[in-house]
Design a protein around this ligand. Structure first.
Ligand SMILES: Cc1cc2nc3c(=O)[nH]c(=O)nc-3n(C[C@H](O)[C@H](O)[C@H](O)COP(=O)(O)OP(=O)(O)OC[C@H]3O[C@@H](n4cnc5c(N)ncnc54)[C@H](O)[C@@H]3O)c2cc1C
Length: 331
C-alpha cells in the first residue's frame, strides 16, 4: 500500500512528538512519502532526512505560520494530490483535526480520527469509553487516518540534508489575522499531556479530617506545591470538580477539563498517583493508559485496593504530601 505521512511543523519549525509518532506508524506500513506543511519546513525535513521516506513533499510559506482551516486544508489537499497515496497517516493534532477532514472530502478520501494504531490488519480504535478496542478497515481509497498521541513510538534518527519536492499551491487569501497568542504561564497550565506523572486529586481533600475540620486551603497549597516541584499533570475525580460547580469550597484551580474517568479524560502518562480519591470504577476506567498506578487513601478497603492500583499507601494524604514536598525540596 502506498502511504503518505502528512505532518505540520510547530511554531518553532520543529516536528512535535505526536508527528514523529505518526511518522513511525507510517514507516511501519512500508514505502512512505512524507508531506510537510508550515512556514519554513526545510529544518524539519532535515531532521527526518534519514527516515527512509521515498520523497518529502513540502508546502511552505508565511500563510502557513498559523493554523488556519482555509490555508491548511489547501496545503494538505495539494500534497495529497501530488502523493496520490492509498493511505494517508497524520497526527490527530488540533491543527490537523480541524483542517484534514475538509481536505479528505475534497480528494474523495475516507477519514477516521482518534485512531489508536494502524497496521496491515487495519486501524484500531477504542470504543465505549476506552473499554473495548475494535479493529476496522475501509475499502475507500485514499483512506486518511488521524492518530491519537501515543499510537507509536516517536521516530528518532540522525538528521541530514533532505532533498524536498515543493508542491505549488495558491493559498487562499486569508480573512483571519492572528494578532497574538494568549496562553497561561507554564506553571498555571496544569494539564500537561507530556508529563511523566499524573497527580489526581479526589474529593477527600475537601472532606472533614481527623480534627473534625476541612482544610481546603492547605490541600490547595500541597497540591500546587507538588505540581510545581514535579511538573506533574493534574487530574481530578468527578466528585471533586462537581463540588465546585455546586458552590462548595473546593480547590480553585480544578475544572471539568481535569476530570479523569468514564465521563472525563483518559490521559496517558507513565505513572499516576491518586490522592484522596476512592478509586471507583467510573473513575479508574480513565486510568486505562497509565502504566504504573499508586494511590494514597485512609481506607484500606477503598476501590484502589481491589487490584486497581499497583501500590496503595494506606495513609493520610496530607501527611504524605507534606513529607513528599519536604523530600522534593532537598533534592
Ligand atoms: C455514569 C457515571 C459516570 C461517572 N464518571 C466519572 C468520571 O468520569 N470520573 C470520576 O472521577 N467519577 C465518575 N463517576 C463518579 C464515581 O463513581 C465516583 O463517585 C467518584 O469518582 C468519587 O470521587 P472521589 O473518589 O474523589 O470521592 P469519594 O468517593 O468521596 O472518595 C473520597 C476518598 O478520599 C479518602 N480520603 C479522605 N481524606 C483522606 C486523607 N486525608 N488521606 C487519604 N485519603 C483520604 C476517603 O477515604 C475516600 O476514599 C461517574 C459515575 C457515574 C454513575
Amino acid at each position: 500500500m502506498t502511504t503518505l505521512v502528512l505532518l505540520h511543523t510547530e511554531a518553532d519549525g520543529t516536528l512535535s512528538r505526536q508527528s514523529l509518532e505518526a511518522l513511525s506508524a507510517g514507516l511501519a506500513m512500508g514505502a512512505v512519502q512524507v508531506g510537510l506543511v508550515g512556514e519554513a519546513v526545510q529544518g524539519a525535513a532535515d531532521g527526518i532526512a534519514t527516515c527512509g521516506a521515498t520523497v518529502i513533499f513540502t508546502v511552505e510559506g508565511e500563510g502557513l505560520a498559523q493554523p488556519r482551516y482555509a490555508t491548511d486544508a489547501a496545503a494538505a489537499e495539494a500534497i495529497c494530490r501530488a502523493a496520490n497515496a492509498e493511505l494517508i497517516v497524520a497526527p490527530g493534532t488540533s491543527r490537523w483535526m480541524r483542517a484534514l477532514p475538509g481536505a479528505a472530502q475534497r480528494i474523495g478520501a475516507a477519514v477516521d480520527s482518534h485512531v489508536a494504531a494502524i497496521s496491515a490488519d487495519g486501524a484500531r480504535r477504542w470504543l465505549y469509553r476506552n473499554r473495548i478496542e475494535g479493529t476496522f478497515s475501509r475499502t475507500t481509497k485514499p483512506w486518511m487516518v488521524l492518530l491519537d498521541s501515543g499510537a507509536a513510538t516517536a521516530w528518532t534518527g540522525a538528521a541530514g540534508t533532505a532533498t524536498v519536492t515543493a508542491v505549488a499551491v495558491d493559498l487562499p487569501a486569508s480573512r483571519t489575522t492572528v494578532l497574538r497568542v494568549e496562553a497561561p504561564q507554564a506553571d498555571q497550565q496544569t494539564i500537561r499531556p507530556d508529563a511523566k506523572l499524573l497527580l489526581v486529586a479526589g474529593a477527600g481533600w475537601t472532606k472533614k479530617q481527623k480534627d473534625g475540620q476541612t482544610h481546603a486551603a492547605e490541600a490547595a497549597d500541597l497540591i500546587t506545591g507538588v505540581l510545581q516541584q514535579t511538573k506533574a499533570s493534574l487530574g481530578s475525580s468527578k466528585s471533586l470538580v462537581d463540588l465546585g460547580s455546586e458552590g462548595e469550597s473546593v480547590l480553585p484551580f480544578l475544572t471539568h477539563l481535569h476530570q479523569v474517568g468514564q465521563t472525563g479524560a483518559s490521559p496517558r502518562h507513565p505513572k499516576g498517583l491518586a490522592t484522596c480519591c476512592h478509586g471507583e470504577e467510573p473513575h479508574v476506567v480513565g486510568w486505562r493508559f497509565i502504566n504504573e498506578r499508586r494511590a494514597i487513601n485512609l481506607d484500606a478497603n477503598c476501590g484502589w485496593a481491589r487490584r486497581k492500583a499497583d501500590v496503595l499507601y494506606v495513609a493520610d494524604a496530607f501527611e504524605v504530601m507534606r513529607e513528599l514536598r519536604r523530600q522534593l525540596a532537598t533534592r
